[in-house]
Design a protein around this ligand. Structure first.
Ligand SMILES: CC(C)(COP(=O)(O)OP(=O)(O)OC[C@H]1O[C@@H](n2cnc3c(N)ncnc32)[C@H](O)[C@@H]1OP(=O)(O)O)[C@@H](O)C(=O)NCCC(=O)NCCS
Length: 215
């Protein structure tokens, strides 16, 4: 059933291996359960916001509130669009596009995680490509950015394998101690000449453009 009053609910990206679906309450609950089963080694914190350090049930409550907040706070000037990633109808992780002043800057940031059982199978790279496809092809972005701690090898592996350019680094605090975040960017030209694929399908983008200030 189409959702004319909140068209983002019908936004989907399909690749031969996986599908991105805008997070509704059901998918949000499945992601909260997946997160409880583990996203990373408890001894290593990959996230700038240390949300996985919370115990159940606080962690699930906060996960739900985060998705509701992103949905409720979306404006053309600032948005965080979250997708569940599904493989054969199973929720395996999530990927997001975030932007401020996108209609003017045409730049978006990406972020993602997979349940631990799904790491190291190429899904991280495939879902990043799907997310970039939506940003560059669907929303006509000019720039994509991403970042990761300098010791997050799998996340940096995805970024490096797609040919982003290192933009700089930022000193931050992680679990009370100093850490370094590496920041990367990708131009539309790099995406178009190196990465653009013809086997990724976008669904429901046109209906979302007015909501994002793009029509
Ligand atoms: C980051 C994450 C999404 C990556 O997904 P993934 O499915 O594990 O990664 P992939 O299998 O797609 O690997 C992508 C590339 O990184 C490389 N890579 C993966 N793990 C690596 C590691 N530990 N060391 C070095 N390179 C690695 C792969 O070889 C591949 O490169 P290639 O295409 O040139 O061979 C996933 O590991 C994850 O959810 N981690 C925990 C949460 C997290 O860190 N989120 C990101 C926060 S910034």
């Amino acid at each position: 059933m189409a959702h004319p009053l909140w068209p983002l609910f019908d936004l989907r990206v399909a690749t031969p291996r996986l599908e991105l679906r805008y997070i509704d309450d059901e998918l949000g609950a499945e992601l909260a359960q997946l997160a409880l089963r583990g996203i990373h080694d408890p001894g290593f914190m990959p996230f700038a916001v240390e949300w996985t350090d919370f115990e159940s049930p606080q962690q699930e409550w906060q996960t739900q509130q985060f998705y509701w907040r992103c949905r409720a706070d979306l404006t053309a000037a600032a948005w965080n669009i979250n997708f569940a990633v599904l493989v054969d109808r199973e929720v395996v992780g999530t990927t997001s596009l975030m932007a401020g002043n996108f209609p003017t800057l045409r730049q978006f940031e990406t972020g993602s995680w997979l349940g631990r059982a799904h790491h190291g199978k190429g899904l991280g790279k495939e879902m990043r490509q799907a997310t970039l496809h939506l940003g560059f092809v669907g929303l006509e972005a000019e720039w994509a950015t991403t970042g990761a701690f300098d010791d997050n090898a799998p996340s940096l592996g995805v970024t490096r394998s797609l040919g982003y350019t290192l933009q700089g680094q930022q000193r931050t605090v992680r679990r009370g101690t100093p850490a370094t975040t590496l920041k990367f960017e990708m131009s539309r030209e790099h995406f178009d000449t190196t990465l653009r694929r013809d086997d990724i399908e976008l669904h429901g983008v046109a209906e979302c453009l007015p909501l994002l200030g793009l029509a």
